[in-house]
Design a protein around this ligand. Structure first.
Ligand SMILES: Cc1cc2nc3c(=O)[nH]c(=O)nc-3n(C[C@H](O)[C@H](O)[C@H](O)COP(=O)(O)O)c2cc1C
Length: 217
């Protein structure tokens, strides 16, 4: 297959260093709201790149569940391949791409587990069968001999924890927060003259001050 003749002109928006808000969280929430308003499907799905001690990067989709005052939160199995990468190297990057808006956002920083109480509160809010599914997928990313084994475990757990009976929150499952150190907002423009504004957290300031730069596309 050859895609060398395939190209689109991006013309839906612009981004100007003078008019972006001081806080990147304000812009992130603004762009997220626009993506929802424009019916982008699962705008909160993001690619998450991690890299363990083997120096081999690894990327997969996870769902953004919260934007806090310091970062972004997603939930997963702490013993998964990504969980092991994070235990070995807390630096990570998340990426959103919304074709409908011709935008991407790159968010990098260090990752830390969120409070166990907060993870438990979220786990208990999830649908019953998703809670059961989290127990089946242990250890997430481990090998399973066939689908039947998964289905048997699922059925067994459903009978142990029928609908309306609480499913315990697994210790191996919970949230991570990427504490944002850098966010790049990318808006596609015509002729490959894309707008890229990057925010960097001010290292010398204890408050959350940010500096911005325009980058070449
Ligand atoms: C749309 C979408 C959303 C997903 N959301 C999550 C999520 O929030 N948490 C998660 O652990 N896995 C999620 N997954 C599955 C992951 O992409 C991945 O397969 C899984 O976490 C195992 O990754 P790992 O082996 O690198 O740890 C999602 C997949 C897709 C396609």
């Amino acid at each position: 297959m050859d895609f060398t003749d395939q190209r689109l002109s991006y013309e839906k928006g612009m981004l100007d260093q003078q008019s972006v808000p001081e806080s990147p969280f304000e812009l992130l929430k603004g762009w997220m709201s626009e993506a929802i308003a424009q019916n982008v499907q699962e705008p909160y799905a993001m690619s998450l790149a991690t890299c363990g001690a083997d120096n081999k990067p690894s990327v997969r989709i996870v769902l953004l569940r919260e934007v806090t005052e310091t970062g972004i939160v997603f939930y997963t199995n702490y013993e998964s391949a990504k969980g092991q990468d994070i235990a070995e190297n807390p630096n990570a990057e998340a990426l959103f791409f919304w074709h409908e808006l011709e935008r991407q956002i790159r968010i990098s920083g260090s990752i830390a587990k969120i409070d166990a109480d907060k993870s438990a509160a979220y786990f208990q809010k999830r649908p019953h069968d998703s809670q059961v599914g989290a127990w089946v997928s242990q250890p997430q990313s481990g090998e399973v001999s066939n689908r039947e084994v998964m289905e048997q475990t699922f059925a067994q757990l459903q009978s142990d924890y029928p609908e309306n009976s609480p499913v315990p929150t697994p210790e191996f499952w919970g949230g991570y927060e990427i504490r944002v150190e850098k966010i790049e907002f990318w808006q596609g423009r015509a002729n490959r003259m894309h707008d890229r504004i990057v925010y960097m957290r001010d290292q010398n300031s204890s408050s959350s001050a940010w500096t911005t730069k325009r980058l070449l596309p």
